[in-house]
Design a protein around this ligand. Structure first.
Ligand code: C2E
Ligand code: CA
Ligand code: CA
Length: 806
């Protein structure tokens, strides 16, 4: 159509005709989907070709000639033959064109259309001649013949309605003219009859076309829709978790599908007739579905719980009521098992405010809980926040692996929770930090007791993966609204208290005090300054004598680190070592201490030892071993004169790597001393885990030695044990003559303390026979032994002995 309109350029006329009320042109106006036009043209061609053209033309011609025979001359017969031949040629030509496939179906239809009205011109002209010459007694028959023929022509023309109406107009026009030529015909009758005939043909033609087009298109679209639906249904049926189901008006299952039976693990006979809701678990979701069904309302994706073989499943159900002649006959339901997705969703909801590892509420959850608790303080009174941090957790995590660390966290979480006895809200804030909100024990002592309960329960040995580990905890407490009416302030206060607890020796519980603010800022400043202090050479070592009681002589010195701060003066290690450990600076610092202490001690008489403190952080990846070897070779110092003071924290993890490292150091000849024995989490187990050369009894026992007999008893027991285990003993923090006397009486071998001397700079050491310090000579030794420590696997002992001999 468009082609036609475009060609004649009568778009506006076409639009006008379309809009006319009586016009049937709209019947030619239907939407073809993309790709449908050619298909449609091909159907038209198929139809046209199904008509037997030659036979039809021959018959109509024969009939025409027969009717008109009395009036015809031989010219007519010749003309008829020529016309038939010409039409035959035309038809053959059309078929040939079609057959050669050069034309698209739509182009072919256009050619056909042209053929039709060309044919109409020739045929009508011939017929008109017949009309003029036919005798009056035959004119009636001829007119009937023409009318019938016009109807028959429609069968061919409705596929190309515009060409059809043109050819009908030509035919009727010529017929009318021919009739008017006849003296026996009356023009005032002929013209209106012919006009009516044209109108009737027009109506029939367009309607036929419309019926043809819509029927054929609808059939096609229906077929393709059917195919799509069929595909969808097949897919639906093969999709493992979906099925369809119908119920009767009473909600009883009718004709359960195979898929449904297998989903429910029941047979069709078992399912048929039982009420669908009886399969579902009672609850708000099931109730919502039941309500919708009762009100005959369709529902979409209602997720309902179902128990199948003891397991809870979730079904997403979509239902539509079914009707038969307005009578409700039941429901058709589409069911999908969404258990996985649904559980994942509820899990996701849970994970959004819970910590996935410990299942405790997470920071976000804690925050909102804290905020509502703060809002409630106005009418519900005060509450407290306990900030819990695990001690030595980092060491466990670093040495035993994150998986092991995770297990420790889970255990710790459980212990914290049970120490609160369900009275508070416990959350994991991240890492090894936990926080509790406690609301019903407002007395500071009560809070302290809770804190202590937490510390005690966490400090108990943990049996994890057939290992025994010990960690500890420190607790900082802040009370709301006294220590902060806003959540950030309150948490900060608890955090400060926690920091204070940690620096006062781990395992303690401290209540917030405003003075802590200053300390915190101080710490921040120090942390910054500490980073540049090593490069700036701000560190120095002081030495404290280790006094041997038997010979009454100085057996050696313990190297103690000092930070000479430009503005603050000498800063003691208790202040900055925790910061250095926290920031990791301790590794470089520890290496410097070793090198410096050994270089210094190399100038002392050969019977003097040097004790160097080492941090747990230096133990990772055989760092200590490498550092010691490097320092020994750089200084040429005898490994037997070196004592490394380690604390129990290093052994708490029962880590093979740590023990292996200590054994290698031992094999080098280095002596290993257990520092601060008796404090923290010490256990006699540690004495068994490694053959220490020396035990350093902690200062706290010495301080209380004469005040209470318990300390003396402990010291006595330790000294006794050390003797049995063949370990040397030293008591630190000896400040009085009484202490010294008691220790001597108990058989302690060495003492260290202010009574003898404080730690003093190297230059002031009471050493008379000093060897020159040979920092510059060490290069020769360093050549023999690489300063860069050998790999941990290589046995370093021979190398160092070699170095020493050199
Ligand atoms: P520590 O190893 O237990 O060292 C003994 C501490 O007790 C020293 O404190 C020492 O000055 C002090 N002290 C000695 N005799 C007495 C006494 O009679 N009474 C009292 N009240 N105190 C006494 P300092 O030097 O402040 O060191 C503190 C801690 O810092 C050390 O405890 C040690 O754990 C750590 N530290 C010191 N230097 C180093 C180091 O080079 N590396 C590492 N990793 N830690 C170090
Ligand atoms: Ca020490
Ligand atoms: Ca000590």
């Amino acid at each position: 159509m468009d082609r036609f309109r475009g060609r004649i350029g009568l778009d506006r006329l076409w639009q006008w005709l379309l809009s006319q009320p009586g016009s049937l042109l709209h019947l030619l106006h239907y939407d073809l989907e993309p790709g449908e036009a050619e298909w449609f043209a091909r159907r038209k061609l198929e139809y046209i070709n199904s008509l037997s053209g030659n036979l039809f033309e021959a018959l109509r011609m024969a009939l025409l000639l027969t009717i008109c025979a009395p009036g015809l001359t031989w010219h007519f017969y010749v003309g008829a033959v020529l016309l038939l031949a010409q039409m035959r040629v035309g038809l053959t030509e059309l078929r040939r064109k079609e057959g050669c496939g050069r034309y698209k179906p739509s182009e072919m239809v256009d050619i056909w259309a042209k053929g039709i009205w060309l044919r109409a011109i020739f045929l009508s002209a011939f017929t008109a001649c017949c009309i003029v010459v036919v005798p009056p007694e035959r004119i009636g028959a001829l007119i009937i013949y023409l009318l019938v023929l016009a109807q028959l022509e429609l069968l061919l023309q409705f596929t190309v309605p515009v060409a059809g109406i043109i050819s009908q107009t030509i035919t009727l026009g010529l017929t009318t003219v021919a009739l008017l030529f006849r003296p026996d015909m009356r023009g005032e009758l002929i013209v209106p009859i012919m006009a009516l005939q044209l109108l009737a043909l027009h109506v029939m033609l367009f309607n036929l076309h419309y019926m043809f087009a819509t029927r054929i298109l609808r059939t096609r679209r229906l077929k393709s829709a059917n195919e799509t639906i069929q595909n969808l249904l097949t897919e639906y049926e093969t999709h493992a978790s979906d099925w369809m189901l119908e119920t009767d008006a009473a909600g009883r299952i009718a004709l359960p599908s195979e898929r449904m039976c297998s989903a429910l693990e029941r047979t069709a006979a078992e399912l048929e007739g039982i009420k669908l809701v009886n399969l579902l678990v009672a609850g708000p979701e099931t109730e919502a579905m039941r309500n919708a069904a009762r009100r005959l309302k369709p529902f979409h994706d209602l997720v309902v719980p179902v128990v199948i073989d003891g397991d809870l499943h979730w079904w997403s159900v979509t239902g539509n009521p079914l009707y038969e002649e307005l009578r409700h006959t039941g429901f058709r339901l589409f069911v999908r098992d969404v258990t996985d997705r649904y559980t994942a969703e509820s899990q996701a909801r849970f994970l959004a405010d819970h910590d996935s590892l410990t299942a405790l509420p997470n920071r976000h959850n804690f925050q909102s809980r804290l905020e509502s608790a703060l809002e409630a303080t106005a009418h519900e009174g005060a509450f407290a926040v306990l900030y819990v941090d695990l001690d030595h957790f980092k060491a466990v995590n670093d040495t035993l692996g994150h998986q092991f660390g995770d297990s420790v966290l889970v255990e710790a979480a459980w212990r914290i929770k049970s120490s609160l006895g369900g009275k508070g809200f416990v959350a994991r804030l991240g890492g090894d930090e936990f926080a509790c909100i406690v609301d019903d024990s407002m007395q500071a002592e009560d809070l302290g007791a809770i804190g202590k309960a937490i510390v005690d329960s966490i400090s108990e040995a943990m049996e994890i993966e057939r290992r025994t580990v010990r960690i500890g905890a420190s607790v900082g407490i802040a009370i709301a609204p006294e220590h902060g009416a806003a959540s950030e302030v309150l948490l900060r206060s608890a955090d400060l208290a926690l920091y204070e607890a940690k620096s006062r020796g781990r395992g303690s519980t401290i209540l917030y005090d405003p003075a802590m603010e200053e300390l915190k800022q101080e710490r921040g400043r120090l942390e910054l300054e500490l980073r540049s202090a090593l490069a700036n050479g701000e560190f120095e070592l002081h030495y404290q004598p280790l006094h041997e009681l038997a010979g009454d002589r100085i057996a050696g010195f313990e190297a103690l680190l000092r930070w000479r701060h430009a503005e603050r003066g000498l800063i003691p290690p208790d202040i900055f070592i925790p910061i250095a450990e926290h920031t990791g600076l301790i590794v470089a610092l520890g290496e410097w201490v070793l090198r410096e202490a050994l270089a210094e001690a190399a100038t002392w008489p050969e019977d003097m030892t040097v004790a160097v403190n080492v941090s747990p952080a230096q133990m990772a990846e055989f760092t200590l071993l490498k550092q010691v070897i490097a320092a020994l070779s750089a200084s040429g110092f005898d490994p037997h004169r070196l004592e490394l003071e380690i604390t129990e924290t290093m052994l708490m993890q029962e880590c093979d790597e740590h023990l292996q490292q200590l054994e290698r150091l031992h094999a080098l000849g280095v002596r290993i001393a257990l520092d601060d024995f008796g404090t923290g989490y010490s256990s006699l187990n540690y004495l068994r885990s490694f053959p220490f050369d020396k035990i350093k009894i902690d200062r706290c026992f010495i301080t209380e030695m004469n005040a209470g007999s318990e300390s003396s008893a402990i010291i006595e027991a330790v000294l006794d044990l050390a003797g049995k285990l063949n370990m040397q003993t030293i008591a630190e923090g000896v400040e009085s003559e009484e202490q010294l006397a008691s220790l001597r009486a108990l058989g302690c071998e060495q003492v260290q303390g202010y009574l003898i001397s404080k730690a003093i700079p190297a230059a002031e050491l009471p050493i008379t026979r000093r060897l020159p310090r040979e920092d510059s000579n060490t290069a020769a030794v360093a050549n023999l032994v690489p300063v860069q420590a050998p790999s941990a696997d290589a046995d370093p002992a021979p190398a160092v002995q070699e170095a020493r001999r050199a």
